[in-house]
Design a protein around this ligand. Structure first.
Ligand code: MN
Ligand code: MN
Length: 368
């Protein structure tokens, strides 16, 4: 199941593209579904906390990225763990969260997060996630590998619970009896007191890393404001540690359209935060498909495939969009047209040249 991970480059992007072998998930006569109703799925629930995931098992087209919706009750901790085959990126929807992450230099960073904030943990870096305060927290995790399952993580209790007590005793220079009552299987969600408001120092004292793992996306000035909507964006140039993931939040007015476009360097993972959006997908050879995504639904656009997003609901819509590259790239259809001469366009479409004089002479990106 995890052999694919060797193909995923640390630069991000979907490396399966580069071997020129047609992907069976997208090379059939018809395009497969690119929608999964994540919040309606069952996932794994423990005492009111849950994780619901969208991997290739739930959404076969989504080979480049996987996602998880996680809700944790007050006092709950997603225990110390790492991911061998994916980096972890997160967007906080509700509540307050604290993370602590270790890196290979031995630096560790503790950060507190509020709604609209992001984190990024490079592949393999150990971390823990805690709910803060007396309300649940809800966040979306995204991994730069569609085969990655949140339920296949390397957890500290799973490891230490299966190691002989004598081995642990020698490792930590303690008597074996110190390990008699530690959990013997994976805890996953640990429950304790609500953490202190101010984060207590690690055993080794504070030793912060050179690059922070936190970025407050929605408290920034928007990346761009359009007629019809607003875009917030965090790629590696805004959030330097995030070398394999770019995150975008789009607010779209009723009727707004994120125009027909494609991404040369990345696949796109979508999660609808509010509203109803019609997403279209173009896959060459006459293959075209559309799906309507509503709050809590996930969509997926393979690298290089044409697509658009339109707010077809009765109110404002907000969508979280995550790319598996730290460099944001898009080519919009209006920009492509504007980059060609009337002569070329008239011949290509067999039309009167006067028609193309009326086309936009610059990039549109969003309209309504
Ligand atoms: Mn994790
Ligand atoms: Mn896109």
């Amino acid at each position: 199941m995890f052999t694919y991970s060797a193909l995923v480059s640390s630069e991000g992007g979907d490396a399966s593209f580069q071997n020129n072998v047609p992907d069976p998930a997208t090379s059939g006569k018809e395009l497969p579904t690119f929608k999964f109703e994540l919040e309606k799925s069952e996932g794994r629930a423990i005492d009111g906390s849950y994780g619901k995931e969208a991997t290739v098992a739930q959404l076969p087209i989504s080979k480049g990225l996987a996602g998880v919706s996680m809700l944790m009750q007050p006092g709950v901790m997603r225990e110390l763990h790492w991911h061998a085959t994916a980096a972890e990126w997160a967007f906080v929807i509700e509540g307050q969260v604290r993370t602590t992450v270790i890196d290979p230099s031995g630096s560790s960073e503790t950060n507190d997060f509020a709604p609209g904030d992001l984190w990024y943990f490079p592949r393999g870096h150990g971390h823990v996630i805690q709910t803060l305060g007396d309300k649940p927290c809800h966040f979306i995790l995204v991994f730069d590998n569609g085969y990655f399952s949140e339920f296949g993580t390397f957890s500290i209790t799973d490891w230490m619970g299966h190691a002989p007590q004598e081995l642990l005793a020698k490792n930590f220079r303690l008597p074996a009896s110190a390990f008699e009552t530690i959990p013997k299987k994976e805890v996953y969600f640990a429950k304790g007191r609500v953490p202190p408001a101010f984060p207590p120092a690690p055993l080794q004292g504070w030793k912060p890393p050179p690059l922070t793992h936190k970025y407050s996306l929605l408290s920034q000035k928007p990346f761009e404001v359009f007629d019809g909507g607003v875009e917030w964006r965090a790629d590696g140039s805004q959030f330097p540690i995030s070398t394999t993931i770019t995150g975008v939040v789009l607010d779209m007015e009723v009727g707004a359209l994120r125009e027909l476009h494609w991404h040369p360097n990345a696949s796109e993972w979508q999660y609808v935060l509010s509203g109803d959006l019609r997403v279209t997908l173009f896959g060459s050879n006459g293959r075209w498909r559309q799906e309507t995504l509503s709050k809590g639904d996930v969509g997926y656009i393979p690298q290089g495939f044409g697509h658009s997003i339109e707010n077809v609901g009765s109110g404002r819509a907000r969508i979280l969009i995550v790319f598996n590259s730290g460099h944001y790239q898009t080519i919009n259809l209006s920009q492509w047209i504007a980059g060609n001469s009337i002569d070329v366009l008239a011949t290509n479409f067999g039309q009167d040249p006067a028609l193309f004089e009326r086309f936009p002479h610059e990039d549109v990106f969003m309209t309504r």
